[in-house]
Ligand binder design. Structure first.
Ligand code: FDP
Length: 341
């Protein structure tokens, strides 16, 4: 690679430019989506700055604790939620928000309403905050069903109805990955410009992968197909090399690696959690949308993940997502199990 040419690159594809380019393909577009996305991007920049300062500013800690100035401190996930809710409402383009942090959905007041519903986890992987491991924001976007009064039905739509999804990872760099339904693109925050610049155009997940990613501590409670798949990863019977295990325990980071390097990420059902752990609306759907857009697959153990119809906003589902061939193997194991039954 010609590094000198990169350093002096003068024609930068910012995320705003990319979204405006996409918008220009739809002459009837009023720019609402571009405005909404710019508010999401603002939220991500704010959270990125807060995460970077977390150790210094003592932002970490229990919500409700006070700092030495006697000011009440907010835990990073509480702060991030407030930032996103404010950014989304003030965009004037949203009507319903579902956040991992809020038990109930937020219905935006009529004077500030728009046509979009946003489901999001403002700070996913929060058990990793205190040790500085990569964490992230995940979001999915729907259009309100019929332009009438918004109802919960508007966010209880299958993932295949999402118009866009993405995540922002707060790691060694701040990376924003987005799909508006025509491929997946990655952008890296240039802190000196305060802009996300396209660094990973048209991401395609490798068809096969050498990495599996799962919390093996739950193995004792796994079902047959999951146990068989993981056994095959470690002790392949077809002469191939065993796969490597990588598990960060922060979904954004584990999925980001899977997207770029290939492989599979699993959070299966187990005897203790028959519906798995991850949340359908703001974890399973957005990541499944991105995987499919990048040429991979996402499966729940029963069906294509994006075809699942949620009945509650905080519903959970098992999930297997990643390289096309790896998910095919899992699907075959579940199909064989079903035949036996
Ligand atoms: P966390 O509990 O730290 O918020 O759903 C949240 C999540 O993290 C995901 O980001 C992550 O993939 C998963 O839970 C990790 O769960 P385990 O600790 O059970 O492996």
């Amino acid at each position: 690679m010609d590094h000198a040419a990169d350093v002096y690159k003068t024609d930068l594809m910012t995320i705003t430019r990319h979204v405006l380019n996409e918008q220009s393909k739809y002459p009837e577009s009023r720019g609402d989506f571009s405005i909404l996305l710019s508010h999401i991007v603002l939220g991500c920049k704010f959270v990125c700055a807060a995460v970077n300062k977390a150790g210094l500013a003592k932002l970490i800690g229990l919500a409700g604790e006070t700092n030495i100035q006697g000011e009440e401190q907010k835990k990073l996930d509480v702060l991030s939620n407030e930032v996103f809710v404010n950014a989304l409402v003030s965009s004037g383009r949203t009507c319903i928000l579902v956040s991992e942090e809020d038990e109930e959905a937020t219905f935006v007041e009529p004077s500030k309403r728009g046509r979009y519903c946003v489901v999001f986890d403002p700070l996913d992987g929060s058990s990793n905050i205190d040790c500085g491991v990569s964490i992230g924001t995940i979001f999915g976007i729907y259009l309100i069903k019929d332009g009438g009064e918004p109802t919960l039905e508007d966010v209880l739509q299958p993932g295949n109805k999402m118009v866009a999804a993405g995540y922002c990872m707060y790691g060694s760099s701040c990376t924003f990955v987005l799909s508006t339904g025509s491929g997946v693109h990655g952008f890296t925050l240039d802190p000196s410009l305060g802009e996300f610049i396209m660094t990973h155009p048209d991401i395609k997940i490798p068809k096969k992968g050498k990495i599996y990613s799962v919390n093996e501590g739950n193995a004792k409670n796994w079902d047959g197909p999951t146990a068989k798949y993981v056994e095959k990863c470690k002790f392949p019977t077809d002469g191939s090399s065993p796969k490597s295990l990588r598990y960060i325990g922060s979904m954004v980071a584990d999925v980001h690696r899977t997207l770029l390097y290939g492989g599979i990420f699993l959070y299966p059902a187990d005897k203790k959690s028959p519906n798995g752990k991850l949340r359908v609306l703001y974890e399973v759907f957005p990541m499944s949308f991105l995987m499919e857009q990048a040429g991979g697959q996402a499966f729940t153990g029963k069906e294509r993940a994006l075809d699942l119809v949620p009945t509650k906003i905080h519903e959970r589902s098992p999930i297997f997502l990643g390289s096309y061939d790896e998910v095919e193997e899992i699907k075959a194991l579940y199909a064989a199990e079903e035949k036996k039954a």
